[in-house]
Design a protein around this ligand. Structure first.
Ligand code: SF4
Length: 438
């Protein structure tokens, strides 16, 4: 049975040395109880305690880290079925499939590797490449390493090719695809020899659980599950069962991240979205398509954002299009999507403005107003603390239309200021600024 945080704390050294990156042993114990850290982060646990803690220490879904020259992708270590219960921690790794025989391999890899897209202030990229060995895998790995430093999945059952390719990747942690009951032994030996992770695949969950135990008996701990499945529905059902068995029933034999190949589905985008939302640790896309990647990256970010901590921007006064003292002052909250909606509309219009971002604990305008986090007092406080008056010549503020109700109170809080009510939607701001503020 899992131990509580206090029970775990009693088994720790209780010296609060902080080497585990937590301020106290108790804080570390609480994280261990929540299965969000590994016991190995504390180097001072006695052997006797280790034995007692082993069950509690191991996360229900093993953490798998694929590494390559400074970049890494983590999957696993998840502790809940639904993100609203707590949070999902390690974002699904998005890999692009390439072919070893492709004469344009280096160019294709370099193009995908360079892909970077900004979403509400965050840069998104792909995570790695899956190399299909339809030609000389070792030569392909050499070529790929001239174009990217991202982790690799090596897709072959050819032990000789794998051995030489993994030797080239010494010091990295690659993922081998794929071992089945009929051929797992040489692949498990190679995974152990090169400290690589191994994908295991079977047609049923019982057979899969049996296979992971056999591979583990060969000395391989880092595994990833390929659930197969004839269609999206079957895959979803298996993925949900695996997650449930690992988290709710603590079934160690299926406590590994899952890999998905949505390219096999009729609609790759829909299948990839399902895989990201429903527990895939790694997703391999058939090719580099920015129009498919961008929505998947945004979806992934939304799924893996801690629901208790909305994405926020720093409160402050932001300059858009080099504002002058006579430029208007707009007010909004520090919820990222709200901020970027407003900032992008105004920036796109070419109109200069000052944008005052108030601390509304990361909530959007209406939510923050309803929660009492975006009221006249807070707005006035922000105007004063950011010393807005010293930057402008016309004391005028534009409130979001959704909180028109605040205008009277704000006039009282900021005597001498002209309070104007702007549009409800950010998209209408440029027209409002042109027509109503001149
Ligand atoms: Fe306590 Fe170990 Fe963390 Fe030190 S490293 S604070 S002893 S749990």
């Amino acid at each position: 049975m899992a131990l509580s945080g206090i029970q775990i704390y009693k088994l720790l050294p209780q010296t609060n040395c902080k080497e585990c990156s937590f301020p106290t042993c108790l804080a570390f114990a609480m994280k261990l109880a929540a299965k969000q850290v590994e016991l190995s982060a504390c180097p001072y646990v006695s052997d006797a305690s280790k034995q007692q803690l082993a069950e509690s220490a191991a996360p229900p879904i093993r953490l798998i880290t694929l590494k390559a020259n400074g970049t890494e992708v983590k999957a696993g270590n998840e502790v809940v079925m639904f993100r609203h219960e707590k949070s999902f921690y390690n974002k699904t790794g998005l890999f692009i499939r390439v072919k070893a025989s492709d004469p344009d391999l280096a160019n294709k890899v370099a193009t995908a590797d360079a892909y970077k897209v900004n979403y509400v202030g965050m840069d998104f990229t792909i995570d790695g490449f899956a190399v299909e060995a339809d030609g000389d895998l070792t030569a392909a790995v050499k070529t790929i390493r001239t174009a990217t430093k991202r982790p690799l999945i090596l897709m072959t059952k050819d032990a000789a090719q794998l051995d030489s390719s993994l030797s080239l990747l010494a010091g990295e942690s690659a993922l081998i695809y794929v071992a089945e009951s009929s051929d797992y032994e040489p692949l498990a030996d190679l995974a152990k020899k090169h400290k690589a992770a191994l994908v295991v695949k079977e047609d049923s969950l019982d057979a899969l659980a049996d296979l992971t135990q056999k591979v583990q008996a060969k000395g391989v701990e880092d595994m990833v599950l390929d659930l197969g499945g004839k269609n999206m529905s079957e895959w979803l059902s298996r993925s949900t069962q695996v997650r449930k068995l690992a988290i709710k029933s603590n079934l160690r034999a299926l406590g590994y991240p899952v890999i998905a190949f949505p390219c096999d589905a009729k609609d790759e985008g829909v299948a990839a979205a399902q895989a990201i939302a429903k527990y895939a640790g790694f997703v391999v896309l058939s090719e580099f398509k920015p129009e498919l990647l961008y929505p998947l990256l945004v979806l992934r970010e939304n799924i893996y954002t801690d629901p208790q901590k909305p994405i926020q921007v720093q409160p402050g006064i932001y300059e858009i299009n080099s504002p002058k003292p006579e430029s208007p002052v707009l007010v909004t909250t520090n919820f990222s999507i709200t901020y970027f909606s407003v900032a992008n509309e105004v920036e796109g219009s070419g109109l200069p403005a000052w944008l005052v971002v108030t601390d509304a604990e990361g909530m959007s305008v209406l939510t923050a107003w309803a929660a009492g986090k975006f009221d006249a007092e807070r707005i006035a406080k922000a105007i004063k603390s950011f010393d807005v008056a010293s930057k402008i010549s016309k004391k005028q503020i534009v409130l979001p239309g959704h909180v028109a109700v605040l205008s009277g109170e704000l006039e009282e809080e900021l005597p001498g200021w002209d309070i104007r009510v702007g549009p409800r939607e950010a998209v209408d701001l440029p027209a409002f600024m042109k027509q109503a503020l001149n």
